[in-house]
Design a protein around this ligand. Structure first.
Ligand SMILES: [Zn+2]
Length: 293
């Protein structure tokens, strides 16, 4: 009790101490001017710096923006970023939109992501309602299937993957550097979330991950939506997990098992240790599979 009180007092008196609780971003260098930035509470960020301006993939949470800008400057990049691309509409990937757009950053997304951001959305799995974003936080530029950028000596392709984690997912390929940001099509080493209330689908996700495997190689550096930097082998392990766990649940449904009976049968017991350390326990993942389209 004494220790807690002392810590609180110090935090109140010395603003510098309380800064320890502020968002932090860990930087991983992937190429001369391309980085993965990760921190608690939001999705992984991709950053490319260079003379044509800074390109950012996903702007995480609103409170992360000052740290994001400082980190870009420390890496020798210019701020504000020239472009931010939202891989999908979830607020742990789009939280910085409003602040950055007010600083003249152009926000880009697939058209469905803009539509989702422009209206109230509800996610039953977390019992969360997200209010529509104001106009000055919505993407300024949208595309349907693909958008190409030629910046800082790199060719980037943003490619739409329909009906997977949501209905507006984009993957960004750095063609010259052989780096890819998958958005939330890939949670590395943990069960993923699939937003079935907003256009997501387990079969769509499996198809999307198959395509990601086919469009990468053993040297590709993969920035997942969540989790540590990945290789193609990690992506293949993720695909195997998705395919097997989904097939197991389909089998139990075919046998006529209710959700409760399916959970009791514990068909995913072998997957629990490796995959349940993220947002979902094995039982919750089974429930999502049982009810997902
Ligand atoms: Zn997401």
């Amino acid at each position: 009790m004494k220790t807690i009180f002392a810590a609180l007092t110090i935090a109140l008196i010395l603003p510098g101490v309380s800064k320890a609780a502020e968002p932090k971003l860990e930087v991983t260098t992937l190429a001369e001017n391309i980085y993965m930035l990760s921190g608690k509470g939001g999705g992984n960020i991709g950053v490319m710096t260079g003379p044509d301006g800074t390109f950012v993939i996903d702007d995480q949470l609103e409170k992360t923006v000052p740290v994001l800008l400082k980190t870009i400057e420390d890496l020798g990049g210019t701020t504000p970023p020239r472009f931010v691309l939202n891989t999908h509409y979830h607020r742990d990937h789009t939280g910085g939109n409003k602040v950055l757009q007010n600083k003249d950053t152009t926000i880009i997304s697939q058209i469905n992501t803009r539509k989702r951001l422009a209206k109230d959305t509800h996610i039953k799995a977390f019992n969360v309602t997200n209010k529509a974003l104001p106009d000055n936080a919505l993407p300024n530029v949208t595309f349907t299937k693909k958008m190409q950028f030629d910046l800082n000596g790199n060719r980037l392709d943003a490619v739409y993957f329909p009906r997977a984690h949501s209905d507006g997912d984009s993957v960004v390929y750095f063609r010259d550097a052989n780096i890819v940001h998958t958005g939330d099509l890939f949670f590395n080493g943990m069960y993923p979330f699939i937003d079935v209330d907003n256009g997501g689908s387990i079969l769509g996700l499996i198809a999307a991950v198959q395509k990601l495997i086919a469009t990468t190689d053993d040297n590709t550096k993969i920035i997942p939506g969540h989790g540590p930097l990945a290789s193609r082998a990690d992506l293949i392990a993720f695909q195997d997990m998705l395919t097997f766990t989904n097939a197991s649940v389909i089998d139990l449904k075919k046998e006529g098992k209710t959700l409760e009976q399916a959970i009791k049968a514990d068909p995913l017991v072998d997957y629990d240790k490796k995959w349940s350390g993220g947002i979902f326990s094995t039982d919750k993942w089974l429930e999502l599979l049982y009810t997902a389209p």
